[in-house]
Write a protein that binds this ligand. Structure first.
Ligand code: GLU
Length: 511
């Protein structure tokens, strides 16, 4: 790495909700910037007005905020190299395109859509392997290289539609080092004369992207692998502008793959397999369709970040739970993998589970209280706190809490038939009645005292622990789930425990 100040940018186009792969790109940029005391810039690349989607820009910003990715320079924050939205920089690009014309690196092209199509058809008929506007075909097209200067000027003045194309040199070897991919070699004969400036007065992605990276003094371009094919052109543009010395370094991140590893992870995979591919819920402004988001699905942002960070990277140790601060201190672009990263939904839930159990019972109880209120139950805060401490190990999300603990808030109204069949034997009501008598004598009703009472009760009996505890649980819970029976009984208290025991004895019937 050269000793320039590290300045990286995340440069999304507001064409829809940010995919989780996009968030990962932002995260890697952010981690790299912070690891190197650099700046993280958000630049909105909205030069393709036809693909603009209402609300996408706000969505991008809110997603980054939710993830805890702090923007140093951007459209809301401002900064020394603004504006940071390309449509607000429109005036800048034309001049740069013209500079390339003056230096002989670009030219005006006046071909109509029909003429371009005819060229492609002709090349197809000639069985040419490449059908593009390039060093060979440009000589037979309508552009400032084939027309006289006079004719060119006349066409421009007559408001004829034109574009500005890059004049890709013939047969040159481009060799670039990518931090992740290694050496990338391309011959310019493989590349076409890309449009840099469009007839609508807007630059294309390539021109705007390179000009802005230069003007914004970007030191490292870290982006998704889908942009790797653009890198040679970008390198040629830096050269043509005379910015070779200060051009950024490149790092192309591996793709996020479907869980089975076959192809790029798409929204369709998420819909089919039941997981979100967007950080937050998104409502399509045209169709009203709602796509689920990690935030609304109950993921903690730290867990989501941690999971994303491990898609294509790891610190090379056994450690998997890393806070943003840890990620920053561990992050190393050289350790990013070349191969695509398979998304694993179970692992995503596991990360959330880890963060959930790492949170204080107070914090979780606070989150849970809202759900309990929705269920119309009134209980003490201290009771919720105890419930949470008993069940959090069994949950991935706060929204799992109710299924794991509803029985603490309401006595069973029915009993799980399968469990009844398996656990409720002929002698069970008798055994539980005797047990109840034993428990009635307890002054102190705690885990340990109940345990001791049950041990004493079992002494000299022909039946064992399982024949007592399993049906006991059934009377308390109504099912075969939950934390330890002793813990449940202690928290329910003596009166409630005994009353549930009695209700079970009276009401549970084998079919
Ligand atoms: N605007 C491009 C995108 O939507 C940015 C690519 C890049 O980072 O150069 O991803």
């Amino acid at each position: 790495m050269d000793n320039r100040k590290v300045r990286v940018r995340f440069a999304p186009s507001p064409t829809g909700p940010l995919h989780m792969g996009g968030v990962r790109t932002a995260l890697f940029n952010y981690l790299f910037a912070k690891r190197n005391n650099g700046k993280f810039i958000l630049r909105i690349e909205d030069t393709d007005q036809t693909r603009y989607v209402q609300g996408a820009e706000d969505y991008i910003i809110e997603s980054l905020k939710w993830c805890g990715i702090q923007i140093d320079e951007g459209i809301e924050e401002g900064g020394p190299y603004g504006p940071y939205r390309q449509s607000d920089r429109k005036e800048i690009y034309k001049e740069f395109a013209e500079r390339l014309i003056e230096s002989g690196n670009a030219y005006y092209a006046f071909d109509t859509a029909d003429e371009l199509e005819a060229m492609r058809e002709r090349l197809k008929e000639e069985k040419s392997s490449i059908q593009q506007y390039n060093a060979i075909t440009r000589s037979s097209m309508k552009n400032s290289l084939t027309l006289t200067e006079q004719e060119t000027n006349r066409l421009i003045d007559s408001e004829e539609k034109y574009v500005i194309r890059f004049k890709m040199p013939n047969d040159e070897e481009i060799v670039v080092e990518d931090i992740i991919r290694g050496t990338v070699k391309v011959n310019t004969n493989q590349l076409d004369d890309k449009v840099l400036f469009k007839s609508d007065g807007m630059p294309t992605y390539h021109l705007a992207n390179v000009v802005d990276d230069h003007l914004m003094k970007i030191s490292h371009v870290i982006r998704g692998e889908e942009w790797l094919p653009s890198m040679p052109l970008h390198i040629m543009l830096y050269k043509a502008f005379g910015w070779d010395e200060t051009k950024p370094e490149f790092a192309h991140l591996p793709l996020l793959l479907k869980p089975n590893g076959k192809g790029k992870l798409s929204k369709r995979d998420g819909d089919a397999l039941g997981f979100p591919v967007f950080p937050m819920e998104w409502t399509d402004p045209k169709t009203g369709d709602v796509s689920r988001g990690y935030r609304e699905d109950g993921y903690f942002p730290e867990a989501f970040n941690n999971m994303l960070a491990f898609l294509g990277w790891n610190p090379g140790t056994e450690e998997e739970i890393l806070s943003m601060r840890d990620l920053i201190s561990e992050f190393d672009l050289n350790k990013v993998h070349k191969a695509g990263a398979k998304f694993d939904h179970e692992k995503a839930k596991w990360f959330n589970h880890k963060y959930l159990v790492g949170k204080s019972n107070e914090k979780l109880a606070n989150l849970y209280k809202d759900i309990i209120k929705e269920k119309g139950v009134k209980v003490d805060d201290s009771f919720v706190l105890k419930v949470v401490s008993l069940i959090k190990e069994r949950a991935n999300f706060v929204s799992d809490f109710w299924d794991q603990s509803y029985f603490f808030f309401q006595a069973p109204i029915e009993y799980d038939n399968k469990v009844v069949k398996k656990r409720w034997k002929e002698g069970t009501p008798g055994i539980l009645s005797d047990l109840k008598k034993q428990l009635e004598n307890l002054n102190e009703f705690t885990h340990d005292s109940i345990e001791k009472a049950i041990h004493d009760f079992l002494e000299g009996k022909e039946f064992g622990m399982g024949q007592v505890m399993n049906p006991f649980r059934l009377t308390l819970v109504g099912a075969g789930i939950g934390p330890g029976v002793l813990e449940i009984a202690e928290l329910l208290g003596k009166d409630e425990t005994l009353s549930r025991l009695q209700a079970g004895i009276d009401n549970i019937k084998r079919e």
